[in-house]
Design a protein around this ligand. Sequence first.
Ligand SMILES: C[S@@+](CC[C@H](N)C(=O)[O-])C[C@H]1O[C@@H](n2cnc3c(N)ncnc32)[C@H](O)[C@@H]1O
Length: 231
Amino acid sequence: MDEHQWYLYPVLAARVARLAGGPFDVAVDMGTGPGLLTAYLARDLARRVHAVDINPAMHELARSTCTRMGVVDRVEFDRCDVHRLPYPDNHADLVVSYSCFHHWADPVTGLRECFRILRPGGMMVIWDTDGSRKSAVERIARVVRDPAHLRFVTEAFDESYAPAEVSGMVAEAHLPDPFLGPFSIDEEDVMAAIDDLANGASLPDPGEAGDGTAVAWELIVRKADPAPAQS
Ligand SMILES: C[S@@+](CC[C@H](N)C(=O)[O-])C[C@H]1O[C@@H](n2cnc3c(N)ncnc32)[C@H](O)[C@@H]1O
């Protein structure tokens, strides 16, 4: 997957920087997979990154990505499950997750865990495929020519939740003031990541169906800082 969408990850990291600021002490990448988002977070945004994954084979790939990008010393490869994270409350300034949510057996528990480990003032940003846009696969197939990658994309649409379902899960998890909206690549984020993108302007947008409509969603939740004491 990283080979197919390598250009997405510096853009996601730029987006997180724009949304959340930084630099941060501790970031968590939930479902690191081959580790590209983890590596950009470690390079640009966080002093330490936990690369969470349940699959040790993914950690092998992530370790080699982080080594290649010169950030492996700043990354902990934690084999664990989003449903039972080994971190204490208020551990991380930033929790991100790209294309992992649809794998969670119990998304409400996963969301609660992500929020639990956030520090006050911290932010979580979760992106996943919009399961209500399965019909977009046909148009996407015109730009994704590799059959293996197309199979991967099709499975993601089949397994993913529609935003209305995600909204219900977010409500059930009692996350405060969530923002849930369509996600596609933002020009401002591309410009911020342009040094990492050869021919960035002409790259296909994996968050779009080819007709200008988003086929992914973005969930943003901030954990409030405690109110300052009244004098
Ligand atoms: C589709 S891949 C996405 C990987 C990465 N975020 C990326 O964009 O390349 C999903 C990853 O989530 C991991 N995963 C699935 N369920 C998980 C869970 N319950 N807890 C932690 N990781 C999980 C999988 O092993 C896989 O590496």
